[in-house]
Write a protein that binds this ligand. Structure first.
Ligand code: SAJ
Length: 454
């Protein structure tokens, strides 16, 4: 089938779609195109997920406004069906690939899921089909990995037997459907005509800008936009360290810096977690792995952000020592285990790093998080018997709580605030709160006057 005929079929919603990988990206994508009126086949390797989805039950944890209802609707209308059988892809005109693309502990991209999907798809690929990779991938992955694998496994040639593009997703947990509809997309085609055809497809779902371009640009934009955020956060964290050392208040500094035109200093904090920001800078860096380019800023930013949970642990240890205690033998309350406020997502959570470190230092740790199962419950009860507390996530439950009650429940009213939950609250007596990015006074005394042990 020629690409112009395929484009016509897409315009008329007669093209039969497939989504490979029904995770937190693929499932909403499949639902959205089904809602738009397409016949969508979802291919997923986990039989349990397939069963749940075909029963109209979303396997995605956490609050995703509208997703459960939409899934029920499109399953009921038989517009979406899930399967584990790749052979069912043989009659699909457009296939979107939404599989995971993690990096390993050496920050090398792990494309096993992507390669497996491409091999299985290639074996049954319908001639003239359009394949679109939506997963986040390192620059040059489309040309060096996806294209050769698809040609080899299908026996077809690009732009003769199939068409190929890259349209990176821009979704965020908690706003999956909203982001899909309202956030602009970079639409990278291996040819301008393929990009045009991709625009025809995404226009059925995306109400924001669709920016046609080539594949290398699409790969660069996605990884760069997250590396940008990581570097910005690292800069804010480094300013916080400077403020602590010279008697500043990073929150006041940030507020006034951002009054300067064109400045947008990000929020310093106890670390950078999630499924995107810690990973995508390494995907970007991987794109130049065998090129004569020396990267310094991007790796350094990762190092700064990865060290923040350990810096919070240092603040805690110094505060404990200022009252004659220390980490060994102490019991510490860690407030927040998710990587982001108002979320239950714990992927790459900075709290995980902190908890492991404190335990290695001989401290007992009590974890609390209103969203993460296993760590919910009454915070004040959790605080009883603890020597100090560390705020790692800016959950609203912590923001709204009366910090004096927390201080009173702790054995020592030491609260290390890694997310500026209490440090700038006017009614909070800094007697109890040691804030990341706030000055330490004089000879090591902290912006904390710790009440004597109860
Ligand atoms: N964080 C800071 N300081 C900041 C911002 C974030 O320390 O100024 C920390 C957060 O606490 C968290 C981590 O960084 O631990 C990531 O936070 P995030 O707000 O970037 O949330 P993510 O990881 O869900 O990022 C996603 C990204 N979206 C995609 O990759 C499609 C990112 O590009 C978006 O900017 C972000 O959502 C968003 O704000 O929508």
């Amino acid at each position: 089938m020629s690409i112009s005929i395929l484009r016509e079929k897409i315009n008329k919603k007669e093209a039969r779609l497939a989504v490979i990988g029904l995770g937190y990206v693929g499932l909403p994508v499949a639902c959205e195109f089904a809602r738009a009126g397409f016949d969508v086949l979802g291919v997923e390797i986990q039989p349990e997920r397939v069963k749940k989805i075909n029963a109209g039950v979303s396997p995605i944890e956490g609050k995703e406004p509208g997703l459960t209802e939409l899934l029920k609707e499109v399953i009921g209308q038989r517009r979406l069906r899930a399967t584990t059988d790749y052979a069912e892809l043989k009659d699909r005109d457009v296939i979107l690939i939404d599989v995971e693309t993690p990096v390993d502990k050496n920050n090398i991209p792990q494309y096993a899921a992507l390669r497996a999907a491409l091999r299985s798809l290639g074996a049954v690929l319908k001639p003239g089909a359009l394949v679109i990779v939506e997963s986040t991938i390192a620059p040059r992955t489309m040309s060096d990995v996806v294209l050769p694998l698809l040609e080899e496994s299908s026996g077809y040639k690009l732009n003769a037997g199939f068409y190929l593009g890259n349209c990176p997703e821009r979704v965020m947990p908690g706003k999956l459907l909203a982001n899909l509809r309202n956030v602009s997309r970079v639409v990278g085609g291996m040819t301008p005509e393929t990009a045009e055809t991709m625009l025809a497809l995404y226009r059925h779902v995306v109400q924001a800008d669709l920016d046609p371009t080539d594949c290398i640009t699409a790969e660069l934009v996605k990884t760069t936009e997250n590396a940008y955020r990581d570097v910005q956060i690292a800069f804010a964290n480094e300013v916080a360290l400077i403020c602590e050392a010279v008697g500043g208040d990073v929150w006041k500094v940030r507020e006034l810096v951002n009054k300067s035109p064109g400045r947008q200093m990000h929020l310093p904090g106890a670390g950078v977690g999630g499924h995107c920001i810690p990973k995508d800078p390494w995907l970007l860096a991987y794109g130049v792995k065998d090129k004569d380019v020396l990267l310094r800023v991007i790796p350094a930013a990762r190092a700064v952000n990865d060290a923040m949970p350990l810096h919070v642990a240092e603040l805690l240890q110094q505060a404990l020592r200022s009252v004659g205690c220390d980490l060994p033998g102490s019991q510490i309350l860690v407030m927040g285990y998710a990587y982001l406020e108002e979320s239950d997502d714990t992927r790459n959570s900075p709290s995980e790093v902190l908890v492991e470190h404190l335990r290695k230092k001989g401290a007992a740790v009590v974890v609390h998080d209103p969203f993460v199962s296993g760590y919910q419950g009454d915070l004040i009860e959790a605080a009883r018997g603890c020597d100090a507390a560390v705020v790692m996530v800016r959950h609203q439950a912590y923001v709204q709580m009366d910090v004096r009650r927390l201080a009173a429940a702790l054995r020592r009213p030491i609260i290390v605030d890694g997310r500026n939950v209490y440090t700038t609250k006017p009614d909070v007596d800094l007697t109890w709160v040691l804030g990341l990015g706030l000055s330490k006074k004089g000879d090591g005394e902290y912006n904390i006057r710790v009440a004597e042990k109860k």
